[in-house]
Design a protein around this ligand. Sequence first.
Ligand SMILES: [Zn+2]
Length: 230
Amino acid sequence: MARRRDVRTLAVVPPAVDILTLGPLATNCYLVRADRAAEEAIVVDPSGAATEIRRGLESLGARCVAILVTHGHFDHVLGLADLAEETGAVVHAPAGERALVEHPDRYAPPGLPLRPWTPDILLEGGERLELAGLALDVIAVPGHSPAHLAFATAGSVLSGDVLFAGSVGRTDLPGGDWPTLLASIRTLRDALPPDTVVYPGHGPATTLAAELARNPFLADLRAESHEVAR
Ligand SMILES: [Zn+2]
């Protein structure tokens, strides 16, 4: 008799995404689960007090099993050390921004309760993670910061400070570069379906299609698609 293979259930339907907007720059922290009943959650960008994030998880009846960091800017990692310490969750962060995650106060205004934390797993982009019943593709999207990552899963992308509803990430901070950021947005366009929901680091969710159609910063990308269509 053939041995029964282990079947791992990975979500192919859109994940349950809950948003907490935290910290001095109103940065989105995402609680992502395979579905509304799931007890395991991933926390993307712990951007404020860990107590608030834990309260959010408790209200969902969920526990944090992994923490993903899109990039090392202080407003995205404010609660990282406390949350990782309190939950024991495995921390995934961009390899190229490890120094920033370990010294988050480097470009931060004084007085914030930032503590260094050493990530458990360093990512480059191109990996596939299986966490909390979700399969997440890691996409390298530099330009706002030098080794910025996006995490795509089942019709959604958690994109940090690359693309916002009606705007894009700033490129005037250390390691920022506008042509590189535009190339990263092109990467997202080419890798993901147009109806992909974009969960950005600041502001409301949007879709790739909506931004590609109307975002004033993406006129160059629109021009390219017209050239292809012609
Ligand atoms: Zn940032």
